[in-house]
Design a protein around this ligand. Structure first.
Ligand SMILES: Cc1cc2nc3c(=O)[nH]c(=O)nc-3n(C[C@H](O)[C@H](O)[C@H](O)COP(=O)(O)OP(=O)(O)OC[C@H]3O[C@@H](n4cnc5c(N)ncnc54)[C@H](O)[C@@H]3O)c2cc1C
Length: 488
């Protein structure tokens, strides 16, 4: 069996790893992985990459059974990471990258570790308070180890006085990994097996067989055909473009480019030991800072990843916006540690979060029996990799997985889980939160209520225009509906 994996991010490579793990020495299976080695637009390389389940909770975000299932998968992923990482280290053997060599799993000071502080500060508006309360409530409801701590006890936390937190919770089980080292490790593992071939190329399109009943080949940008028995489309945010060029007529909803910027800082005098972040706010994941372990002799903790911005685009955007970089630099100094004023700016990452029209992942088989899709993971795809890869490898072998996983079938009609009222309220709350985060300072009249009403009217009008009468537009998709890129 020859499997062709299109894409070379965390979703593609972790699935390839699971497939190779199933091979015996006698196995005649082969694998081709197609993706440019430079990984343009890679979301994985821009990620923090945090393993957050509870820290990502928002008020109301667990109300729907499908959201609860997604949370269950995310929680499961957190539990699976230690074993997954151990399996990677064992498989890498002598090919383990230098940066990973001190690491034997979690809590060892290597490239993966855990311990996250969520701070409730005054930098945005009271949406933060609601979301912080929701996080703490969920930690209690699910019996997840945590402790409410004084913000003054958070290591390397020294925000500007006016933006200091008044509350904080420590979640020992939520960690992060350096995604560059992780991809380096996966590349090294897969390259050890002569049955795995890497193609430094971009796939242009998929070609149907003569009968149209299956995929015959992936056609690369230079016209080369790569034939196979199975095809996994895991090119992240560009999946829609590949499908559009393929003209297969599959009813797969659109994936947009969730353009995100993160910054790598060098702060040897004020190193990080833990992740410090805010709750989600303003249509994005708030402000976070994560120790970014890198190759010795760079001192541990001196590299820190700060993130992240987000805007949704119908087309790829190659450069981070100056405004995003400015906002992140300012937030890192004002909300995390004012001493970052003296930190070095090592790198500006720009990645495209694969964001589906309904904002839920697209994972599973298609109506063409040898084509599977794995994308749409938005801002949790790194964390989910152990689960997604396990399920996708099982599906590629024709095995059954948890039947609820079918909710993410790539050809489903876009899910409409928000009522119109919920969506309008959420859009107003998040847009106001974003405005406060970026310096909105209203007059002391009824201005906040007036602005909220103006936003509400706009969002209601948009719902009327697109015919969203008994369903709601996800707030991050407002502009995509407004400008006709997403259709009801
Ligand atoms: C700033 C930022 C911060 C994030 N932080 C986190 C976090 O803390 N935790 C977390 O879990 N997630 C985080 N995410 C989300 C996470 O990065 C994604 O969910 C995940 O990486 C998606 O993986 P992927 O493999 O589907 O896509 P990608 O990583 O984008 O990989 C797709 C690959 O396919 C290649 N490709 C594209 N088109 C083609 C083509 N036509 N042919 C061949 N190859 C192609 C690309 O070059 C790329 O290398 C973050 C994302 C961003 C942008």
């Amino acid at each position: 069996m020859h499997t062709v994996v299109l894409g070379n991010g965390i979703v593609a490579l972790s699935t390839a790893f699971r497939l190779v793990q199933r091979w015996t020495a006698q196995s005649t299976d082969t694998l081709t992985i197609v993706g440019r080695f430079a990984r343009p637009g890679s979301a994985t390389l821009a990620a923090a990459a945090m393993f957050n389940s509870f820290a990502e909770i928002e008020a109301g975000s667990l109300d729907h059974p499908l959201d609860l299932y997604r949370f269950e998968l995310s929680h499961l992923a957190t539990q699976m990471w230690p074993d997954f990482e151990r399996a990677l280290i064992a498989a890498a053997g002598a090919a383990l990258p230098a940066g990973c060599q001190g690491c034997q799993g979690f809590n060892c000071g290597g490239c993966i570790t855990s311990g996250t502080y969520v701070v409730n500060n005054n930098a945005a508006d009271d949406l933060d308070d609601e979301n912080f309360d929701a996080i703490v409530q969920a930690l209690r409801d699910f019996n997840e180890p945590h402790s409410l701590v004084s913000p003054r006890d958070i290591p390397n936390y020294a925000p500007e006085q006016r933006q200091r937190a008044t509350r904080a919770v420590y979640i020992p089980g939520e960690g992060w990994a350096n995604p560059r080292l992780m991809l380096e490790k996966l590349d090294a593992i897969l390259r050890r097996d002569a049955r795995v071939r890497f193609q430094d190329a971009s796939v242009d399109r998929l070609e149907a067989s003569a009968s149209g009943a299956a995929i015959a080949a992936a056609v690369l940008a230079d016209g080369t055909r790569v034939e196979g028995d199975w095809f996994l489309l895991a090119t992240g945010a560009s999946a829609t473009d590949v499908l559009a060029r393929s003209q297969l007529g599959l009813p797969v909803q659109r994936i947009f480019y969730g353009v995100g910027v993160s910054l790598e800082l060098d702060s040897p005098e004020h190193p990080h030991t833990h992740c410090i972040r805010t709750p989600n706010r303003g249509l994005a994941c708030g402000v976070y800072s994560v120790p970014y372990y890198t190759v010795p002799p760079v001192p541990r903790g001196s590299r820190i990843l700060v993130g992240a911005s987000n805007f949704t685009s119908p087309t790829p955007v190659h450069h981070g916006r100056v405004g995003s970089v400015e906002a992140l630099l300012k937030a890192s100094m004002e909300q995390i540690n004012r001493n970052f004023y003296r930190a070095g700016l090592v790198r500006v990452n720009v990645g495209w979060r694969p964001t589906s029209q309904d904002t839920y992942p697209l994972l599973g088989r298609t109506s063409l029996p040898n084509l599977l899709v794995a994308t749409g993971t938005k801002r949790d795809g790194f964390h989910l990799a152990p689960v997604i890869s396990q399920y996708m490898a099982a599906l590629l072998h024709g095995e059954a997985v948890d039947e609820r996983f079918a909710s993410f079938a790539p050809e489903r009609a876009p899910l409409r889980l928000l009522t119109r009222e919920q969506a309008v309220e959420k859009a107003v709350r998040h847009q106001l939160s974003a405005a406060y985060q970026h310096g909105f300072s209203p007059a002391k009249s009824r201005m906040p209520e007036q602005v909220a009403q103006m936003l509400r009217d706009q969002v209601e009008r948009l719902h009327d225009e697109v015919g969203a009468i008994d369903w709601g537009i996800p707030p991050e998709m407002l502009d995509m509906y407004r400008y006709g890129h997403a259709r009801a």
